[in-house]
Design a protein around this ligand. Sequence first.
Ligand SMILES: Nc1nc2c(c(=O)[nH]1)N[C@H]1C(S)=C(S)[C@@H](COP(=O)(O)O)O[C@H]1N2
Ligand SMILES: [Mo]
Length: 449
Amino acid sequence: NGSAGATLAKSRDSTKGRNVMAQQADDAVEGGSHFITSRRGFLGSTGLAAMGAIIGGVMPLSPDGGGIPAAHAQAAAPAPKGPQYLKFPGKNDKLVVLGEKPLVAETPESLLDDDTTPIEKFYIRNNGLIPEEAKNPDAWKITIDGEVDKKLEITLGELKSKYKAVTRRMVLECGGNGRAAFSPPARGNQWTNGGAGCAEWTGVPLAEVLKAAGLKKTAKYTAHYAADLHLSGDANKPTLSRGVRIEKALDPHTMIVWAMNGQPLPNIHGGPVRLIVPGWAGSASQKWLTKITIRDKEHDGPGMTEFSYRTAIKPMIPGDKGDPKNMRILESMPVRSIITNPANGAKIAAGTRELKLRGASWAGDLTVKQVDVSTDFGASWQRANLEKPKNKYDWQRWTATLKLPTDGYFEIWARATDSKGAMQPHLAGFWNPQGYGGNAMHRIAVLVG
Ligand SMILES: Nc1nc2c(c(=O)[nH]1)N[C@H]1C(S)=C(S)[C@@H](COP(=O)(O)O)O[C@H]1N2
Ligand SMILES: [Mo]
């Protein structure tokens, strides 16, 4: 997502729904690959590779493609190699690298099976260079300026001591999550559904800090700035700087946070201090936060204009160049559900007639009112048991028990419906150049016996 590092995809990896051009571009990057281990065929005896062999070479479903018709998936070019796995201190080695420079890695759906996503499994999205870890976190300074009565400069230490800390479990989701399901492929990191996680964030509501600075009547929009350098390393080049309408900034759930799951916020997730703007595209949740400027108009920093984090007003012809005048800013993320257990490609014992499913669902600013699952390609649906969120912007876990009539190959589909009645579509629709809003139903394949 975003404007940096975008690669126009030409073809798709048939087994993972990934972008072959992007993969080749990754291959071309020399050095810097100490983050990466390439373990082709890691899936082993329970994985897709083995299943492909069992079934006859080709998985008829592009499983992470989130709804690419089987015929389309089969027509796509074969994978040059399997996915690349992340090797990064403190991170699970099953995270999948979508880009090395900047470093971007997603969490396979089956790794999102915990109620609270552990830090080691949480996805990573950078637009620029990762800064060095702060040596003295409490001395980190944040400035609030612009349309305020008095400019505020506050250290993280002061933030912790002067304000009442709150902890909330909330989803952080990349604006491009689900992009891999678009056809033709859209520009940017080819996220399946793993550009999301749900962590316990501790900090203070941004509204409290803005109150201390005093918002002027002219305050309309925020502009977020950070300490990470542009990918080129050039300190004069601006890095990602997004903002939100002042109403969203004042939502008590929009927070300046310094802890994640009770731990000091790790550097890779924006430590020592970042924003969390829940429900909206993750790019608004500035990592390594140094300054918020209050503006009297919509912010126009890198990531705010043209096609970045924007969807089409009048639906576009898929693959078209598009007109920036026909785009509007992506704010709340769309409804999504994922099956977190079993894993895609799971091999299940012969004779199994009852299969327990677990999953998660969320819906940007809204809640999820219903999740349904299907084993017959959407011909019939069964309602899942859906839990309530712990607090607003938490995800909602769900479970279901499926009857399997025979041994054999099954696809399991999951779809969620939000509190306003919007349901996930079968395919990623409303194509746009950078591929936002792709929330096709999640599909996994399992083999019984
Ligand atoms: N300073 C800074 N903040 C940033 C970014 C960035 O590149 N630089 N990426 C954004 C994007 S696009 C997302 S999706 C989230 C990802 O947060 P994570 O890496 O902690 O998962 O951070 C956001 N905040
Ligand atoms: Mo993102």
